[in-house]
Design a protein around this ligand. Sequence first.
Ligand SMILES: NC(=O)c1ccc[n+]([C@@H]2O[C@H](COP(=O)([O-])OP(=O)(O)OC[C@H]3O[C@@H](n4cnc5c(N)ncnc54)[C@H](O)[C@@H]3O)[C@@H](O)[C@H]2O)c1
Length: 307
Amino acid sequence: MNVLVTGGAGFIGSHLVDRLIKENKNVIIVDNLSTGLKENVNPSAIFYKMDIRSLNLKKIFQNHEIDTVYHLAAQIDIRKSLSEIEYEIDVNIKGSVNLLVNAAKYGIKEIYFTSSGGGVYGEQETYPTTEENSVNPESPYGIDKLAIEKYILCFQKLYGFKASILRLSNVYGPRQNPQSEAGVIAIFTNRMLKDKKIMIYGSGEQMRDFVYIDDVINVIFTIREENLDGIFNISTGKTTTVNNVFEMLKKEFIYKRTPIYLEKRPGELMKSQLSYKKIAGITGWKPKFSIEKGLKATAKWFKNNRK
Ligand SMILES: NC(=O)c1ccc[n+]([C@@H]2O[C@H](COP(=O)([O-])OP(=O)(O)OC[C@H]3O[C@@H](n4cnc5c(N)ncnc54)[C@H](O)[C@@H]3O)[C@@H](O)[C@H]2O)c1
């Protein structure tokens, strides 16, 4: 079985690839290394430095009989989705449609897509947000994630493949790229490690549902093993504020500086908290990492690997 992972040199994608390789899958990666790193690429995978918008994408499907696609490649920065909206649409929508057209043409059997809970739901009146809540994206990034979900569901009907849409909350852990503007935990961790000043946008009381990378990879495999399809929130159902994250990490790094508070940035939500009851009800999956345990593991990895 040949598996294609787009974005396999990135944070979540590289962990997914490692796990697929452990399970003896033949893994093909397509990644343009815009935020991903070559050093993240598992040496047992076949790596193509390629853009998902490329016309050559069809050759990947022609040369490898792809059974399953994990689609993770994306422009993930909410701010950039506002300031460079044409690039955002080009990569996230056109790139994804290019992938889907080829996937359908060459007869894949299943696709997994990493959507964004915060992105597609936006602010809600009640929390935690379930898959039944209305969708109300508040950034081009969120609109594009929702549009890709719709394309996938439409193509699923037209071409009959299985499709799992994973609405992830805020994922964190080893290998998250602190250079990209998304991922407050990686940014704080990296800056504390180098004793650099830290900026917090807004009051720092923004609440996020931080889920640890191992929990995310485990649930993706559970969904596959149980042969499910549909839309699933992947989260912890709990919230932590940005200020809390700062305080907890500060202890890990014995960081002495106080944060610099700047104006809240447009497109950023005050609260994101997703219910994972649907997937828990079907499979019994539950996240195993508390925020304390996950932050410790993340800090340890950055100390050992990014100093
Ligand atoms: N990290 C999170 O908290 C989170 C939350 C919800 C959803 N997601 C989604 O999960 C996926 C992975 O995110 P991540 O956190 O690992 O980010 P990441 O930036 O580490 O990974 C994205 C990967 O896609 C690659 N890429 C970007 N544009 C590309 C293009 N045009 N062609 C080919 N490759 C391209 C990048 O080089 C990178 O390796 C994304 O789709 C993201 O929207 C992430």
